[in-house]
Each structure stands twice: as C-alpha cells, then as structure tokens.
Design a protein around this ligand. Structure first.
Ligand code: FAD
Ligand code: DLZ
Ligand code: SF4
Length: 520
C-alpha cells in the first residue's frame, strides 16, 4: 500500500457483514493509493435479535477472512473485533472513530440489505458531517425500482410471471424466446416423498481454522445464553470454500434436487438441498454464477431439467421476488397480523422438547445446525405457528434469530407473507395450511410420534388435524371467500355439527394445554 499522508484519505469504505464480495458496489473504483476499508463487529448487530451462536460465528469468521483477503491484495483494512476495548458497539460509533483517525473526504458504503440499517445509514451524513455515498446493492438481478415497475398496476403479484421475466432477462434455460423443454416450470415432476437411501453423499463441511476457532471462543464467551453450540462448526467462511461447496452441490446433489425438494426425513436433514443460502446472502457466492453452473450441468447431461429448472427458479425467481416484496412493503410489513393472532411462542421453540415428532425434529435440527430446509420451515414450524395462532411478529423474530441465512429482507416476506399469511394474501394466494396427512405423506416423522396422524380428534390424535379445521373455522371471516379454499370450506360445511364441534373442542383442549405450559 503506497504511503498516504495523514488527512489525505479520499474514501473510507465501510463493508458490512453481508457484503463480503470484491464486486460489492462500495468497492467500485477503489484505489488502494487513496482509499481505505473498514469493517467492524458490533454489539448493535450481534444483539438486535438473539442470533443463533453458529450464525454469529459464521458471519464474524467470514468477515475476518474477507478482511485478510483484502489485506493480501494490499488494501489498508481497519478491522474492529467485538472484544476490542475501544469498540463503541455500533456502526455509527465505529465510523466516527475511523473518521476522526483517518480524516477521509467521504464515506462510501453499499446500501444495507435491511430497512432498519438503511434508515440509520441515511442519518450518517448529518451525524458525521461528511459526505456519505450510499451506493445501490448491485448483487441482485432485479433492482428495487425494476421490481416496483413490475409490480405497478398488477392486481396480483404472481411469482411465476416475475420468474418468467427473469428467465427472459438472464437467458437462463432459454431457447431464444421459449423456455427450454417447452415449459417454464417442471414442479409437477418434483415434490415426491423421500425414500431413505443408505448411499446418500454428505454435504461438504469445513474444519475451523485458527481464525474460526478464535471467533468460536469469542462467541461462546460473549453469547453463552444464545441458541445452539459452535462445537460442530462446519460452514465455509471464504469465497474459495463456498465455491467448493457450490461445486459439490452441483456435482452430487443437483441431479436429485427436484425430486426430493419437498421431502423430509428425520435422519437426513439436508437431503439434496444446496445449503448455499448462507453464502449467497453474505456475498461469498454470486447468485447468477451458481445458476449458470447449474445450467451447464443440465447442458452437459449431468442433471435433469426438472432439477435444474427448479433450482434456478428458487434463486432468480423466489429469492429476487422476496426481496422485491420486502422493499415494496417496508416499513410496517413486520406488524402485519391478518388473523389477529396473539399467542406467545411455546418454550419448545427454544428446546425442541415437544411430543409432536415433526416439530421436535425440525426445531432440534435448527438448534444443531442453524438450518432447516424450505418445507421444514414452511410446512412444519410455520404451519404449526399459523394453525396455533402464534403472534406472527414473534414468529418472525424467531426465524430471524435461529437460521444462519436469516436477514430481514429475505426472512420477513417468507415468514409474514408466505408462511403466516399475516399480510392477508398480498403475497400468497392462499395460506400454506395443512393437516397431519400432508406431513405424513412427505416425511417419516409420524412413524415415531406419540400422536396418531390417522386420528382426527381426541388426546392422542395428531394436533395438526384439529388445529387445521379450527384455524379455517376461526378465520372464516378472512378466508371464506378465498377462491382457492372453496372446496375446503365445502368439506367443512358438509361435516355434521357434532363433528365440527369435536374438532373445535380438540383444538381448544390442545391450545389450553399449550397456554398452560404443559408438555404437548
Ligand atoms: P435450496 O432449497 O437448495 O434452494 C436453493 C436456493 O434458492 C437457496 O440457497 C436460496 O438462495 C434460494 N431460495 C429458495 N427458496 C427461497 C425463498 N423462499 N426465498 C428466498 N430464497 C430462496 N431463506 C433465506 O435465505 N433466509 C431466511 O431467513 C429464510 N427464512 C425463511 C423462512 C420461512 C418461514 C420460509 C418458508 C423460507 C425461508 N427462506 C429463507 C427460504 C428458504 O427456506 C431458504 O432459502 C432455503 O431453505 C435455504 O436452504 P438451501 O440453500 O439448502 O436452499
Ligand atoms: C448479522 C450480523 C451480525 C450478527 N453482526 C455483524 C457485525 O458485527 N458487523 C457487521 O458489519 N455485520 C453484522 N451482521 C450483518 C449485518 O446485520 C448486516 O450486514 C446488516 O444488517 C444489513 O442490513
Ligand atoms: Fe407431526 Fe402429527 Fe405426524 Fe406427529 S402425527 S409427526 S404431530 S404430523
């Protein structure tokens, strides 16, 4: 790094913990001769929710590795660790310290991915009395304003149409103007129940190096009460490792991704899922590059179209769409509560100790890995939360805390919109509500459960069964006219009044036990 006289720094570039990419917009035109980088571990970010220990360790370790990488390139990086005695505990405090030391002419930052932090950023110029250049986040394929334009004037924001536009725009799996294979969506060939397979490969894990081990000690010391343990840390923490994990996914798991996408097995928490959201969300992997690699696997005959299309749809479709919805609806989206649900989260959300084998398995897995796959999040814990009338805001905070890939921009619409239907159907056309039959069909959880999935009511009946009908009955005001629920409500209406009452009573008894803190 060439010598820069004190006070001659042009740009102080702040890089946040989910911006760990050399191509982040704040690094554009970076000149090591006159610009410096700062990164900071701050209590403000580590405590705005009670994050899973693995999540904090993952982010801090990836941040430290990224700082080391930049230093190897010859960049001047000012890094504050969480336990630095001078650490002020907040972004603005750390910025003020660096500004006082380096006297830059301006601060440069890529816009925060979350509303909370972006709002704070907008105040920095005034607080620092220095120009602050907040640059758009170019790591997404669809900008906020492009999404707004797409949404404008539409009656419903159907993801499928957004996705088709993204396919056209990226050219992924396209033959000129037509989708590869003649169809846009191959989900009809997916969604099979899982069959245990003894010869399944294992997902790639990475042994902690010196930097990670130091971070792990710090996290165990500073956050002893947070969920989980760091003793089995296996995340990739550098771009090179994340790329290895991505290659491994494409090689070993992508071919069967589609078929088992919705399946759940007790002993196989990861099945053929990518386990890449952590890395994409913090900038270690580029979403388009992964999609191109998946497309190549299809072109080379390594993976079938149903899997590759399904995977690409999750990234250029769902992921981008979810982010668009977040910025369309913030602020205020976090307080949506269409069903006026106010029940507190039961204790077992933090321990996994419930007799419902499905919920217990998914929460235990979440505690162990800070990971659960989509259907586990949506159709087990999310479904239970909605059916049981848990407060959607509390559910949102839980999801934001416990998953290592959880950042509000992606977590909130998935929870509030998709999983809890708390926005009253702005995002989803009907609630993802299901009785025990769905879980039984898609998983092996029910085999080992103390409840009987076949039984509809009574103390040993699967709680999802009565809760399902009680939820629809309770919320008929909001849901009855939903055209996608017409048949379901017809079935409810055809039931005898006695049967309906048995469902109501069973649900009430279960919820009373839940409220009383009894083991359910
Ligand atoms: P795969 O199933 O292998 O999918 C591949 C990739 O597609 C993922 O890595 C991810 O980047 C993307 N993707 C798939 N579905 C979605 C989706 N609905 N929204 C956004 N991206 C998607 N994802 C997060 O990244 N962070 C969250 O905090 C989060 N919270 C969720 C909460 C609920 C209630 C639900 C239902 C879903 C949530 N998701 C979240 C979406 C999805 O569950 C995860 O992205 C996925 O499980 C990550 O695991 P994977 O990499 O193995 O994904
Ligand atoms: C999630 C997280 C945590 C736990 N800690 C930090 C941190 O100490 N420093 C940092 O720069 N980023 C952290 N992050 C990620 C940020 O929360 C994320 O970059 C912003 O919230 C984006 O809005
Ligand atoms: Fe879950 Fe019901 Fe099956 Fe038990 S019986 S695992 S509670 S779906």
């Amino acid at each position: 790094m060439p010598d820069v006289p004190a006070g001659k720094i042009r740009n102080l570039v702040l890089i946040l913990g989910d911006q760990l990419s050399r191509s982040v917009s704040s690094m554009e035109n970076f000149d090591p001769g006159q610009d410096i980088v700062m990164m900071c571990e701050v209590m403000e970010e580590a405590t705005y929710v009670s994050h899973h220990k693995l999540k904090i360790a993952f982010i801090f370790s990836a941040m430290r590795h990224f700082a080391a990488e930049l230093r190897e390139l010859g960049f001047d990086v000012h890094y504050t660790t969480l336990d630095d005695p001078e650490n002020s505990g907040s972004f603005i405090g750390e910025l003020a310290r660096q500004v006082a030391k380096a006297k830059p002419r301006r601060v440069v930052v890529c816009e925060a991915s979350e509303w909370r932090v972006l709002e704070a950023m907008k105040e920095w110029e005034t607080l620092l009395r220095l120009p602050v250049d907040i640059r758009p986040d170019t790591r997404f394929l669809c900008s906020k304003s492009e999404f707004q334009d797409w949404a404008q004037g539409r009656k419903t924001l159907t993801m499928e149409y957004f996705y088709r536009d993204m396919r056209r725009r990226t050219g992924l799996l396209m033959n000129r103007n037509d989708p590869e294979g003649g169809r846009w969506n191959f989900d009809a060939e997916n969604r099979r129940p899982a069959q245990p397979d003894l010869f399944q490969p294992r997902h790639r894990r990475f042994s902690p190096d010196t930097i990670t081990r130091e971070v792990v000690r710090l996290v165990e010391r500073k956050f002893p009460e947070n969920m989980g343990s760091t003793s089995d840390f296996g995340f990739a923490v550098t771009r090179a490792q994340a790329e290895e994990a991505a290659d491994d996914f494409i090689d070993q798991f992508l071919p069967n991704f589609g078929e088992t996408q919705d399946a759940m097995l007790r002993e196989r928490p990861f099945l053929n899922h990518a386990l890449l959201s952590f890395y994409i969300n913090i900038g270690l992997l580029d979403p388009l590059e992964i999609c191109r690699a998946a497309e190549r696997a299809y072109m080379e005959g390594h993976a079938p179209l149903n899997s590759v299309e399904g995977f690409i749809r999750q990234i250029i479709g769902w992921r981008e769409y979810i982010r668009g919805i977040y910025w369309l609806k913030m602020p205020g989206y976090e307080n949506s509560n269409a069903f006026n649900a106010h029940r507190s989260l039961p204790e077992f959300f933090w321990s996994g100790e419930t007799d419902m084998a499905c919920v217990s398995s998914v929460i235990t897995q979440t505690i162990n890995y800070a990971y659960a796959h989509h259907i586990q999040r949506l159709m087990v814990v999310g479904n239970f939360s909605m059916l049981a009338g848990l407060d959607p805001h509390a559910v949102h905070l839980w999801y934001l805390s416990v998953y290592a890939d959880a950042f509000e921009w992606v977590e909130l619409p998935n929870v509030i919109g998709m999983s809890q239907f708390a926005d009253g159907g702005f995002m989803a056309s009907k609630p993802y509500a299901a009785s025990g039959a769905y879980i039984s069909r898609m998983s092996d959880y029910c085999e080992g459960c103390r409840y009987n999935v076949e039984k509809k009511t009574g103390t040993d009946a699967c709680p999802f069964n009565a809760l399902y009908w009680d939820f629809l009955d309770r919320n008929a005001d909001t849901l009855f006219n939903n055209h996608r629920l017409g048949q379901t409500y017809s079935s409810w209406k055809r039931m005898s009044a006695d049967k309906q009452e048995l469902y109501r009573q069973s649900a009430r008894a279960f919820l009373a036990d839940l409220d009383a803190g009894k083991r359910v």
